[in-house]
Design a protein around this ligand. Structure first.
Ligand code: PLP
Length: 400
């Protein structure tokens, strides 16, 4: 019979995809499920971006493009890095691929040898762990709990580094916690990296534009220019410009790394979609007002969700500084004898109960390597969020 390649034998399609499928199956049975599981903005792609794509089609920009990005898109990315991050990259220090996810995959495939280690924090986006494994690497996780605001400390980083460490992988603002590193926190990590010249840094900055209150987005290559030669800065248009379906992500990195990524891309996907590239160039170089507008909406939704969660017995949630997720502890609830007596002893069981009995789909913390929590995506309408929070409050009150 069929057996999978050893490379992917222990890897499954992401659990989040399964939860979304469950929720959709309930919807097809006519149940009014509110889906707060997905990691994508609910807004449409801005009109100027859509029009640029239509123009690209009508002007026959429908053929293969340069392998890792059209000159026009690379120029727009170059300008974005300069304008927003104070980073200067030559065009051949930029790589464009079909989504930030694929770009990260290209980096890992291009740089990891069997057994090479990648240090990262948990909780984390689980794709990181599986991508590292598929590329033959070994994820080395540093648990970073609530008491450290989910941030990596220099001590933990120092302890995790071995002669096999190839990369530190940072994600700020973070999925699923919304944690954001400030310049001082990055400087402190950089001090450790300076003592270990064999370790590079990959920064996944995909949530760059989603930071709230006094939080400011910063990235390692800007804060510590002396590390630029071993830093890969990944970003994309999916979350910022509500373009998840268009599949465009990019990286700025030293030329030899970009060249190695081109090898992987040339023998797999080849160039990203020509039309999406034209759209992304418009997103990055057209009017930017949409960023602040949508950020303000997200900021308000964050309060709706976090305030409601903190009013529920047995649940508490730190105010996330960025992204569009609330990551709440439900351990207090799971520890109650009357809750355990109902058979709800894990975050997964709790989320299953929320979905099946109260029609709200959210993701258990175990999907992000931190059981005892759950993640709510507040990339949904205010009305849906308020309804969902009322349902969860009822769900909790019926358990306790
Ligand atoms: N990085 C993180 C941390 C994410 O949460 C996601 C999407 O969920 C991505 C990258 C993927 O972005 P893209 O749509 O550009 O592949």
């Amino acid at each position: 019979g069929f057996s999978r390649a050893r490379r992917i034998q222990d890897i499954e399609v992401s659990e989040i995809i399964r939860i979304v499928a469950d929720a959709n199956a309930l919807r097809r049975q006519g149940r009014d499920v509110i889906l707060l599981a997905a990691g994508e903005p609910d807004f449409p792609t801005p009109d100027n971006v859509k029009l640029a794509a239509i123009d690209a089609i009508l002007s026959n920009q429908t053929r293969y493009t340069a392998l890792d990005g059209t000159p026009a898109l690379k120029a727009a990315i170059q300008e974005k890095f300069r304008r927003e991050n104070g980073l200067s990259f030559a065009l051949n220090e930029i790589s464009v691929g079909p989504g930030a996810k694929q770009v990260l995959y290209n980096v890992l495939m291009a740089t990891l040898d069997q057994g090479d280690e990648v240090v990262l924090t948990t909780p984390c986006w689980t794709s990181y762990l599986d991508m590292i494994r598929i590329a033959g690497g070994v994820p080395v996780t540093c648990p970073c709990a609530e008491d450290s605001a989910f941030l990596l400390t220099p001590e933990k980083l120092e302890a995790a580094i071995t002669p096999r460490t190839r990369w530190l992988l940072l994600n700020s603002p973070a999925n699923p916690t919304g944690a954001v590193y400030d310049g001082g926190a990055l400087e402190a990590l950089a001090d450790v990296l300076r003592r270990h010249p064999h370790v590079g840094v990959i920064c996944d900055d995909i949530y760059e534009h989603l930071v709230y209150d006094d939080a400011r987005f910063v990235t390692m290559a800007s804060v510590c220019p002396d590390l630029r030669d071993r830093t890969v800065t990944i970003n994309g248009v999916s979350k910022s410009y509500s373009m998840t379906g268009w599949r465009i992500g990019f990286a700025g990195a030293p030329q030899p790394i970009i060249a190695a990524m081109a090898v992987v891309q040339s023998q797999s996907s080849s160039n990203p979609c020509s039309i999406s590239q034209a759209a992304a160039a418009q997103a990055l170089s057209g009017p930017q007002g949409v960023l602040a507008e949508r950020r303000a909406v997200f900021c308000n939704r964050r309060s709706i969700v976090v305030d409601a969660l903190n009013a529920m017995q047995g649940i508490h949630c730190l105010l996330p500084k960025g992204a569009f997720y609330a990551f709440a502890s439900c351990q207090g609830l799971l520890d109650l004898p009357q809750v355990r007596a109902k058979g709800i002893t894990t975050d997964s069981a709790l989320c299953h109960y929320f979905l099946h009995a109260h029609e709200v789909a959210i993701v258990p913390g175990s999907c992000f390597a931190l059981p005892g929590f759950f993640r709510i995506s507040y990339a949904a309408s205010d009305h849906d969020l308020k309804t969902a929070m009322a349902r969860l409050a009822t769900a909790v009150s019926q358990l306790v």
